[in-house]
Design a protein around this ligand. Structure first.
Ligand code: 5GP
Ligand code: MG
Length: 213
């Protein structure tokens, strides 16, 4: 991992920084680079809604949308308000990046609440497809529950990491393998409320490093 890559020297530094209040207090001041702007996100979600609308030509009993909490909620609410078909919305919570982890620690289903999906068309919605562990797990839960079809919409996909056995049917943006935050994506539960997708400043870690532990 290069010195300038987000996550350099590991996430524990941020925890120490937060504890010692060495962290830069302004949220926007923590941002190194905006990768995808608010306007780009809005325009792409409009296109995705068109693609999804075409893929589900008015199923009589509607579709079941299953967002993966918590990261997908911003994407979810912007997307579903642009979808024309009848739908029910459930939710599942999966934990794979607990706390300050920047690599998946293995996907675990934390909780689920979704309508009966037996013989229904299910659209899984997630913020980002990385190792694929999350969507592989949720997909198998939906299969076991008897879904008629399962498709997947993700706002972001890390192309170099996404595995072939976990296809995403609708993808907002392909990005490189960087740890990103914003628009629902967190680092240690912060930064979800940024309206854009960004990477954090490496200085954040350097500041943290200079903090007494
Ligand atoms: P996967 O299971 O495909 O490895 O990862 C999917 C989940 O991991 C996403 O729903 C998201 O919560 C988290 N994740 C993966 N990559 C990133 C990233 O770059 N930034 C953030 N904030 N979360 C990520
Ligand atoms: Mg997630």
């Amino acid at each position: 991992m290069s010195e300038h890559q987000v996550g350099y020297r590991g996430p524990t530094l941020l925890r120490h920084a937060a504890r010692k209040t060495c962290i830069i207090p302004s949220m926007n001041g923590d941002i190194d680079r905006v990768l995808i702007t608010e306007a780009q996100i809005a325009a792409r979600i409009r296109e995705l809604a068109g693609e999804i609308g075409t893929a589900y030509p008015e199923p009589a009993d509607g579709i079941v949308i299953v967002p993966v909490l918590s990261g997908s909620v911003f994407f979810l609410v912007d997307l579903v308000r642009l979808l024309p078909m009848k739908m029910r919305i459930g939710m599942v919570a999966v934990s794979s990046y607990p706390g300050e982890a920047t690599r998946s620690q293995g996907a675990k289903l934390v909780s689920g609440r979704f309508p009966d999906v037996r013989d229904r068309h299910v659209l899984l919605v997630d913020d980002i497809l990385d190792s694929g562990g999350t969507l592989r797990l949720v997909r198998s839960v939906m299969e076991r529950a008897g879904a008629r079809s399962i498709k997947t919409a993700v706002l972001l996909r890390k192309v170099s990491r996404a595995p072939v056995d976990v296809p995403a049917d609708f993808v907002g943006f392909d990005i490189e393998d960087r740890f990103v935050v914003g628009y629902g994506l967190d680092y240690n539960d912060y930064y979800r409320n940024l309206p854009y997708i960004a990477v954090l400043r490496p200085e954040l870690y350097k500041v943290a490093e200079s903090c007494p532990v």
